[in-house]
Design a protein around this ligand. Structure first.
Ligand code: ZN
Ligand code: ZN
Length: 124
């Protein structure tokens, strides 16, 4: 059951630049009060991370920025990096900033990498 165990654990959304149908998109829009970039997903962010302004309803339609990401198990990616693979950047689910893999928190909004939204359920 070792293979199955690998499906569980902390997932992080990693930056990808190539087109691939397996990639996910994260959506962001500027806060209407302070203009900070914030996730349009209410289950990720109910209010602006910077000024606390509540999310308007149906915010997804107002998204102006997309981040193309691939959800990966953090442990797996750290192992690959330790073996010499180039370290990818992770996308902050809250504000959209790309951060270096070793950074535990977002340099912009301070959200922790390990509490990142776990992403859509993956069927295997
Ligand atoms: Zn704000
Ligand atoms: Zn952030």
């Amino acid at each position: 059951m070792a293979r199955g165990a690998a499906l569980y654990g902390q997932r992080v959304p990693l930056r990808v630049d190539d087109e691939n149908e397996n990639h996910a998109l994260l959506y962001y829009a500027a806060c209407t009060r302070c203009r900070a970039m914030m996730s349009t997903e209410p289950d990720i962010l109910a209010a602006c991370w910077r000024c606390g302004h509540p999310q308007p309803a149906d915010r997804r339609r107002q998204a102006t920025v997309e981040r193309r990401v691939q959800w990966r198990l953090l442990e797996e990616v750290e192992t690959e990096t330790a073996q010499g693979r180039p370290a990818p950047e992770w996308a902050c689910v809250s504000c959209g900033r790309f951060n270096p893999l070793p950074d535990a928190t977002c340099a912009n909004c301070k959200r922790t990498k390990r509490l990142a939204h776990s992403g859509p359920a993956q069927q295997r």
